[in-house]
Design a protein around this ligand. Structure first.
Ligand SMILES: [Zn+2]
Ligand SMILES: [Zn+2]
Length: 123
């Protein structure tokens, strides 16, 4: 798929995905729910060309006491480009810190989310 930038008025390559964390939540049963917005920009002028939301949803339990975590905070969210079946996928690598509701233990988890360009909306 060729990416045409309206500002550069030519076909361009894409910069590394830009990630913004839209929301970070944890439910009472320990389901962590993180919404990220992935933007793909023109590598030459930085104009946003594609955008999509990717969600991370997963249940966690404390290794020490088995209770669900009370708090989640995103430590970092980096742009990620992977390849699956020779098709590029764009997304984020999210590192989060979980805090147990019961014993106060904290631990960090890293998760990756990515989607092919077809799943993105053109801007
Ligand atoms: Zn451009
Ligand atoms: Zn615990």
């Amino acid at each position: 798929m060729a990416n045409r930038c309206p500002d550069c008025a030519k076909f361009v390559s894409l910069d590394d995905p830009e990630v913004s964390v839209e929301s970070e939540d944890v439910g009472i049963t320990g389901t962590v729910d993180i919404d990220t917005l992935i933007t793909l920009n023109c590598a030459e002028c930085g104009t946003g060309l594609y955008e999509t939301s990717l969600n991370i949803m997963e249940d966690f339990k404390c290794e020490e006491c088995g209770y669900p975590p009370l708090e989640v905070s995103v430590e970092s969210a980096e742009g990620l480009v992977t390849e699956e079946k020779r098709k590029k996928q764009y997304g984020a690598e999210v590192e989060m810190l979980l805090t147990c509701s019961e014993c106060g233990k904290t631990w960090s988890v890293c998760r990756q989310v990515a989607a092919p360009l077809n799943d993105f909306d053109e801007l």
